[in-house]
Structures are given as structure tokens and as C-alpha cells.
Design a binder for this molecule. Structure first.
Ligand SMILES: *[C@@H]1O[C@H](CO)[C@@H](O)[C@H](O)[C@H]1NC(C)=O
Ligand SMILES: *[C@@H]1O[C@H](CO)[C@@H](O)[C@H](O)[C@H]1NC(C)=O
Length: 359
């Protein structure tokens, strides 16, 4: 009798321990992040570019204020890191202190304004293309990391690029006038596939591919073509939709060429589109206006970035957009939560990131 109680107690402890492990046991040690402003943690602070977000009111809800993140608070990468219970925020590649012990939980290479194609974003000054980002990983981080970590299968490789290739390249350049959106998209997907295979040959095994957002719903797009309250610009959304459909197919196509790898497609397009279609039941009210005061073309801006020291809305968590292009933290939370835990394959395909992390 006296012996039985500790045994039962021990079994209970074991049961709880296993239950907790079944509920969530992440193998993930860190993330390597590639892409555009939606996932840039502040690389552009160190570059000679107009595409910066290291001033107020950016970061108004971020613990240390403006950091170069293109939103009011945390971006999707920060929030995914929280879901994965990573011990720290992912440092940016261009920060000189990002080396040695500081890179064991990953590095963020993303650059606001950049795209899949080398020349996307060059109008904003020096931005770092996806190819250059991968080169930075290969030539600088990998030799440094080798001294601390032999295997990369416990890292997520997150890629979020493509929107700028449409917004600031395809739809903006006269040279593309005779190129169909299908041909342009095929070219983007071909490039991205090569870039993913490159990351695979460098050791990447777990990939998270972010969709392009509904570009036609961005305040900057809607401002250029005022329509009804809920209308988004169809031609932009159709392009984004085409890219995303192709990217989702790529997840299945490319796997045989990357044995032992797993790719997950996160449909942030659908998640944001659903919020815009039905804001109230998702906790939002304003789906159309930027929360911050955006610097217009007349004021020397581009209708995208917030005005330095400008006004900011009071209720950030009911706005979908923080500036002319980037979602608020409130939207980022929904994307990260669904990417991590949704079982709806229209939202995250073919498995969610929680499952990916347990592989
Ligand atoms: C893009 O840039 C990379 C280096 O960053 C280079 O190796 C590649 O050839 C370039 N591609 C094109 C199409 O110019
Ligand atoms: C489109 O026009 C440009 C010149 O503006 C030309 O260089 C290019 O080859 C053309 N592309 C196609 C697919 O016809």
C-alpha cells in the first residue's frame, strides 16, 4: 500500500509528460528566413534604400519600438517563432553582430522591396534579391554555422517572396507589356523552384513557402482605382491567385527532386481575403484604410510607407492594414496561428507547421 502511491504518482507524472509531448514536441531549433518586407526583420536598416521602416509609427506596438519591421508590432516571422517556442527573435543578416553564437537559432535575410527576380525593387535603391539572400546564407552563414551545427534538418527555411515581382516589376514596367501574366508567373515559379533546390543542396530540409497576399486589396492598389467599399483590384488579385495556385502545385511537384524534404505552403492570401470578406466575425472593422498616415505621391512618397512621425490609428487591432501595403500585427497573428495549427488544407498545405516541426 505504501509502495503503491508513489508508483501511481509516477505513472501519472509519466502520463502527463507523454501527453505534453504528444500535444507539442518541436524539433525546431531555428529559422532561416528569405523574402520581402512581409518577413524582413530589419535588414533594410543597414542598406541604402528608400524601403525602410525603422521610424515611428512603425513598431508602435513592438516591445523596443521601430525596428525595421513593416508593421505596428510583430511580423509573421516573430509570431511563428513564438508558436515554435524559439528562445529569441531571429537576428538580421546585415547586423554586424549576427555571427557566431548569435546565429544558432537562425538568420533573417529578407529585404523589403525585393523579389524573386534580381531586378525587382531596384527603383527603391539597394534591396537584396532572393538570389543574393541565398548567396549570403551560403557564403557567410553556412561556413560560420558549420562550427556550431552539423545538421540543418532541425531548421525551418521560410521563403516569402513574389508579391513585389508583380507590384513593382510586372505591372509597373513597360518592358512587360507584351509578356502574359501566365508567362511571367511561369518564369517566377521556375526561378523559385531553382532557388528552393539550391537551399536543399545547401542542407535545407523543412521549407515553409508563404503565398503572395491579395495585392489588389492593398490600400495603395485601391487608392489608385477607387471603387466600391469592398472591391479589390481584380487584375492584381488574379495574378496573385495564379502564382499561389502554381506554388501550391510546386509543393507536390518538387518533392521527388528533393528527397527527404518537406514543403509546406501557407495560404496567407486566403487568410487575409477571408478577413476582408467577413471582417466582423474575424474581429476586424476597417479592411480598406491604412492605419498610419501614408506619405502620398504628392508628398514625395509612394502611397505605401507611413509618414515619418505621422498619425496612427488608435485601434490597431481592428485594422487589416497598417500602411499602404503591409498588414497589422493583428492580421499577422491570424496568419501565424493558422500556419502553425490549422487543419484546413486551403489555409496550410499539405500539413501545418506544428506537424512539420515534429517530423
Ligand atoms: C541573379 O543574380 C545572381 C547573383 O546574385 C546571379 O548569379 C544570376 O546569374 C543572376 N540572374 C540573372 C538572370 O541575371
Ligand atoms: C517584349 O518587348 C521587348 C521590347 O520592349 C522585347 O525585348 C521582348 O523580346 C519582347 N518579348 C516577347 C515575349 O515578345
Amino acid at each position: 500500500m505504501t509502495k503503491e502511491i508513489p508508483t501511481k504518482f509516477l505513472l501519472l507524472c509519466l502520463a502527463i509528460f507523454f501527453l505534453c509531448n504528444i500535444v507539442y514536441a518541436s524539433q525546431i531549433e531555428g529559422m532561416f528566413v528569405f523574402g520581402s518586407s512581409l518577413v524582413d526583420n530589419g535588414n533594410n536598416n543597414f542598406l541604402l534604400t528608400l524601403a525602410k521602416a525603422n521610424f515611428s509609427p512603425y513598431g508602435v506596438d513592438f516591445p523596443v519600438g521601430p525596428s525595421g519591421r513593416f508593421t505596428n508590432g510583430k511580423n509573421v516571422i516573430d509570431l511563428l517563432g513564438e508558436e515554435l517556442q524559439l528562445p529569441r527573435l531571429i537576428p538580421v543578416f546585415y547586423d554586424p553582430s549576427t555571427k557566431g553564437r548569435n546565429i544558432v537559432h537562425g538568420v533573417n535575410y529578407a529585404s523589403g522591396g525585393s523579389g524573386i527576380l534580381n531586378d525587382t525593387g531596384s527603383i527603391a535603391g539597394k534591396v537584396v534579391s532572393l538570389n543574393e539572400q541565398i548567396k549570403n546564407f551560403e557564403e557567410v552563414t553556412l561556413p560560420d554555422l558549420k562550427t556550431h551545427r552539423d545538421f540543418l534538418q532541425n531548421y525551418l527555411f521560410v521563403v516569402g517572396s513574389g508579391g513585389n515581382d508583380y507590384s513593382f516589376n510586372y505591372f509597373m514596367r513597360q518592358a512587360n507589356a507584351n509578356v502574359s501574366v501566365e508567362a511571367f508567373t511561369n518564369n517566377l515559379i521556375k526561378s523559385l523552384s531553382q532557388q528552393l533546390k539550391k537551399l536543399y543542396t545547401l542542407g535545407g530540409r523543412k521549407f515553409v513557402l508563404m503565398s503572395v497576399n491579395p495585392l489588389g486589396c492593398n490600400p495603395v492598389a485601391r487608392a489608385s482605382q477607387p471603387m466600391g467599399e469592398d472591391d479589390c483590384i481584380q487584375v492584381l488579385n488574379q495574378a496573385a491567385h495564379l502564382f499561389n495556385a502554381r506554388l501550391r502545385l510546386t509543393v507536390d511537384f518538387i518533392r521527388p527532386q528533393m528527397p527527404g524534404s518537406t514543403l509546406v505552403f501557407v495560404n496567407s492570401y486566403k487568410i487575409i481575403r477571408d478577413i476582408i470578406r467577413d471582417p466582423v466575425s474575424n474581429g476586424f472593422k476597417d479592411t480598406r484604410n491604412a492605419c498610419c498616415e501614408v506619405l502620398s505621391v504628392n508628398e514625395g512618397g509612394n502611397g505605401i510607407l507611413c509618414k515619418r512621425g505621422g498619425q496612427v490609428c488608435a485601434e490597431r487591432n481592428i485594422h487589416v492594414f497598417f500602411d499602404g501595403l503591409h498588414p497589422t500585427e493583428a492580421v499577422n497573428i491570424q496568419i501565424a496561428k493558422k500556419a502553425f495549427g490549422s487543419y484546413n488544407r486551403d489555409e496550410v498545405y499539405p500539413i501545418n507547421i506544428r506537424t512539420l516541426a515534429q517530423l
